[in-house]
Design a protein around this ligand. Structure first.
Ligand SMILES: N[C@@H](CCC(=O)N[C@@H](CS)C(=O)NCC(=O)O)C(=O)O
Length: 200
């Protein structure tokens, strides 16, 4: 299987690189510079119709959506144990946290980052920030409770659901003082060699 990851450090493509490293798969990186507008180039839009990262080329086929990609990769390598099998009692929890990461967690997290740090003042809607922060607080409290007394979000240990959650939680590490289980979770994730490689 030939794998090419369209990539820029710090973007959601990091989730895919992290999973590829955890799974010890061989892959090639194709760097796309979103800041210079390369994502919206006609050439790249033949790869990803929205011009976003990540995209993963698998032989001659292309897959988009970081969550779907890393779940598919983990399922393609069942021996690595990064996804519970369909008949595992952990499967429901796995799906719950995969979807939670891209909806309940990522939505308020992204609104805060987008309107506080990324958009120019004339486009940012600052009024949304307090609401998003309040919602993020409830989400973090939920995760804090779920991670209390455990190393990873599933009973079976590290899975790609931790990659989905961890990628976002790192953005807020400096604000996790009042969430001790979450803070040590983020630190544990950041010590994994595959995570470290994915930040380069
Ligand atoms: N739901 C998508 C989101 C992809 C996404 O928003 N990627 C960002 C980089 S982190 C991007 O490419 N932004 C540029 C743009 O939207 O034009 C995923 O998880 O793959």
């Amino acid at each position: 299987m030939e794998l090419t990851l369209y990539y820029q450090p710090g973007t959601r493509a990091q989730r895919v690189r992290w999973a590829l490293e955890e799974l010890e798969l061989e892959y090639r990186l194709e760097y796309i510079d979103l800041y210079s507008g390369e994502g919206q180039s006609p050439a790249y839009k033949t790869i990803h119709p929205l011009g976003q990262l990540p995209a993963l080329k698998i032989n001659d086929d292309v897959m988009i959506e970081s969550g779907a990609i890393i779940q598919w990769l983990a399922e393609a390598c069942p021996d690595r144990g990064l996804v519970p099998s369909e008949d595992s009692p952990q499967r429901r929890a796995f799906l719950q946290w995969m979807y939670f990461s891209v909806t309940s967690l990522e939505w308020p997290a992204w609104e805060i980052v987008l309107h506080q740090k990324i958009l120019p003042d004339k486009l940012a809607v600052k009024e949304i920030i307090p609401f998003a922060k309040k919602r993020l607080g409830s989400v973090l409290a939920t995760l804090e409770q779920s991670l209390d007394g455990r190393d990873y979000i599933l009973d079976d240990g590290f899975s790609v659901a931790d990659i989905m959650l961890g990628y976002i939680l790192v953005w807020f590490k400096a604000e996790l003082d009042t969430y001790p289980a979450l803070l040590s979770y983020v630190e544990r994730l950041q010590q994994r060699p595959a995570y470290i490689k994915s930040t380069t």
